[in-house]
Write a protein that binds this ligand. Structure first.
Ligand code: T1G
Length: 700
């Protein structure tokens, strides 16, 4: 492959073209190539310069694959400063998504022209970083302090029109970007336009109090995260210091973020999410099945949300229920969800209507005859699911993919109810199904490769993040959640309160403490599952007598206004009340448990290390393809803090020897049944190896 950057002179205009697929990332070769182009332009007869990109997007940022390796000159700030210092007008021509260092290249240019369909952004914060090539100093000078803070701390891209309104882009064209950029450069030359250097603008004035207030908001919105706070410091410097001094503040802040474990975790998650979409051993050229018409069986909360996902992706959906009443309730839920989306500005009324109209309700299986995919989403009863799949086997056309949304049931047993087990797969959505990003794609023993590959691609089409799971009770996420939940309930009966447990876990970084999660999901879910089991199969009573007692008092959780907490019906504010404490203390007494003080570090270690220990088993059994898949499951499905990189990455951060030591301590204190160290954990700890190292060669 040739050099990723070329330089030509077109009608007297120097053109620097970058061609570094897939996203024109600023690799060392690209940085060098741009600098060479600028140096060439400085000495040739060109009157101005255009910087443009081949492929689907303008530069999408620094090359993340180079992070953590020894930096190689030229650094990006040097390249951006050279662009800005050129003594002839430089125009950046933006299409696709100009992100991070890519947008900083554009900001170092003197003028910016963008396609209407283009977006610009500074998403470094999503990697635990901040714009490190002048972005924190140039953005406020062009768009003002507030807009700069919002752009950089959210990391969200904005459309070209908004960027133009904010002063970050000068011109927006509908199409013909290359020609428009050349014409713009020519125009600038003809009118003798100056080389407009943002670094020469004065500091962007601001009320100093804005920064402290912004930091307070971030402490809530991005609790415990370093990069957002550092971004505020950099913008504060840009409001006070000349560009060179402000750039020193930026450089120091950038290096601090780059060295942080938080950035390491977030960068790990960036690649883990993309790695999860790849299926080991599956030929990339596996032909995919066409999916245009989808059937969904069950119009309950899950089925309705699942139907919306496919309608949102432009597919025709048939939503089937057993009778008109149930169907009507489902369609009403869907209407409410779309109305909520319109109210929150997610879509227009017209878009909501057009999307809703792609969903047709029916009570007749015959309507599913030509569906390309059917997703069963009825309640968790294996027999019922098997009956439904038998029916689908009769009704659906050959080649239709038959999927179950089951959370726990054995996909192989469901597949065995049909004459076409190769067409059967699990698509485990997470509630609320039209919002949660995670999709566990459960590969049955007989699932055909093309069915699996089709579903992995379909996941991206419906804006989900797929992770392949093998068949076991609870697949990846819920299997690990059982251990996490067990330890939370044991801490509760042993002496903690819902508040101390939730506070410990939320301070550590979990989006929601386990007690609030139990109340949200409903304490009756576990209760019903246990009632269906003989007593000897229900597990350790210490782990469920409290929620069961609450259920039997009618305190099912948030949906009944009270569970472990009580909930304000209007605001949903929650508080821990005396009745709940009385239930906890009574149950402990009945089991002869002497309640004790349990500190936050014990709570955190028991809950998180129980996740890690089970995750090690899941990887060793091959239920998950790789440890990072488990990280994706937990970050996108269970509110695990992305800046800690997911449970398995976190295990390496702590060190497997330390994890193993704590697990052995808990085994010695609480017994082998719950805390037998996973064999892989024991082995790797003994060998002094990390999980990441093992994952690079699992046969080792
Ligand atoms: N570096 C290296 N590889 C990248 C990359 C990057 N910046 N962005 C994407 N890729 C790879 C990705 O791993 C995947 O590879 C392929 O491109 C397609 O990506 C100094 C320090 C641009 C919106 O954070 O947001 O600049 O799996 O599947 O869904 O201030 O990629 O095919 O082998 O995501 O169409 C700031 C990150 C960096 C942008 C396209 N920039 N990328 O989304 O495709 S830090 C970012 C994205 C920085 C400076 C700082 C998205 C996208 P593979 P994809 P997509």
């Amino acid at each position: 492959m040739g050099a990723p950057v070329s330089y030509d002179v077109v009608d007297g205009i120097g053109v620097i073209s970058i061609d570094n697929p897939p996203v024109n990332a600023l690799s060392h070769a690209v940085r060098s190539g741009i600098l060479d182009g600028i140096r060439t332009a400085a000495d040739d007869a060109s009157a101005a310069v255009v910087i443009r990109c081949e492929g689907r997007t303008f530069i999408a940022g620094a090359d993340i694959t180079e992070f953590g390796k020894p930096p190689k000159d030229p650094w990006l700030p040097e390249v951006v400063d050279a662009i800005e210092a050129l003594d002839k007008p430089v125009v950046a021509a933006i299409h696709g998504t100009a992100l991070g260092g890519g947008f900083e290249v554009a900001l170092g240019s003197h003028y910016r022209i963008a396609l209407k369909s283009a977006k610009v952004g500074l998403p470094e914060v999503k990697l635990g970083l901040l714009p490190g090539a002048g972005g924190t100093q140039r953005t406020p000078r062009l768009a003002g302090v507030q807009a700069a803070l919002d752009l950089m701390t959210s990391g969200a891209p904005i459309p070209a029109s908004s960027a133009e309104a904010a002063g970050l882009v000068d011109r927006v064209v509908d199409d013909g970007l290359d020609a428009a950029a050349l014409a713009y450069a020519r125009e600038l030359v003809d009118e003798g336009a100056a080389c407009r250097r943002t670094s020469e603008l004065p500091p962007s004035s601001a009320d100093p109090s804005i920064f402290a207030e912004y930091k307070r908001q971030l402490e809530r919105r991005a609790h415990g995260q370093l990069a957002p706070q550092k971004i505020v410091d950099c913008v504060e410097a840009a409001s006070r210091l000349p560009f060179p001094e402000g750039s020193i503040v930026e450089r120091e802040a950038f290096m601090a973020c780059m060295a942080s474990p938080q950035s390491a975790g977030l960068r790990h998650m960036f690649f883990a999410e993309r790695e999860a979409a790849k299926i080991n051993g599956l030929d990339k050229s596996t032909p995919l099945r066409e999916v245009a018409k989808v059937g969904v069986i069950g119009a309950g909360t899950m089925g309705s949300g699942i139907a919306m996902n496919f309608a949102n992706a432009g597919m025709q959906v048939y939503l089937l229920e057993v009778n008109d009443d149930a169907l009507g309730r489902g369609l009403e839920t869907i209407a409410k969800n779309y109305a909520g989306g319109v109210k929150r500005g997610k879509m227009s009324e017209e878009q909501a209507l057009a999307t809703r109209e792609r969903i047709t309700g029916t009570t007749d299986y015959a309507d599913l005859a030509d569906a390309d995919l059917v997703v069963e989403a009825v309640f968790e009863d294996l027999g019922l699911k098997q009956d439904i799949f038998e029916r689908l086997d009769e009704v659906c056309k050959p080649g239709a993919i038959l999927a179950t949304n089951t959370s726990y049931q054995d996909v192989n047993k469901i597949a065995a109810a049909t004459s076409r087990p190769a067409d059967v797969i699990g698509l485990h959505f997470f509630s609320p199904a039209h919002i949660m990003k995670l999709l566990e794609v459960v590969r049955g023993d007989a699932t055909a490769d093309d069915v699996l590959a089709t579903c992995m691609k379909l996941a991206k089409a419906i804006r989900k993040i797929p992770v392949v799971s093998g068949v076991c009770y609870g697949f990846i996420g819920n299997r690990m959640l059982q251990h996490y939940g067990r330890e939370a309930n044991l801490c509760l009966i042993e002496g903690a309160t819902p508040e101390t447990i939730d506070t410990a876990m939320q301070q550590w970084g979990m989006a929601m403490g386990p007690m609030r999660v139990f109340d949200l999901a409903g304490l009756d879910v576990g209760y019903k599952a246990r009632q269906g089991l003989p007593p000897e199969e229900r597990g350790d009573p210490r782990a469920f007598v409290i929620p069961d007692a609450l259920v039997e008092m009618g305190r099912l959780g948030q949906k009944t206004g009270a569970g472990l907490y009580t909930y304000d019906p209007d605001t949903r504010d929650y508080r821990f009340d005396a009745e709940s404490l009385e239930v906890i203390e009574t149950q402990a007494k009945e089991l002869g448990i002497e309640r004790r003080e349990i500190d936050a570090s014990e709570i955190v270690d028991r809950l998180i290390f129980s996740l890690i220990n089970e995750g090690m088993r899941i990887v060793e059994e091959g239920i998950a393809q790789r440890p990072s898949d488990i990280d994706v499951v937990y970050v996108y499905g269970y509110g695990f803090p992305a800046w800690r990189g997911g449970p398995m990455f976190y295990a390496d951060t702590v060190g497997l020897d330390e994890v193993y030591k704590r697990v052995c301590e808990f085994r010695d204190r609480f017994g082998e049944e719950n805390w037998a160290p996973a064999p892989l954990l024991e082995r790797l700890a003994g060998e002094g190896r990390s999980l990441a190292e093992w994952a690079s060669d699992p046969s080792s």
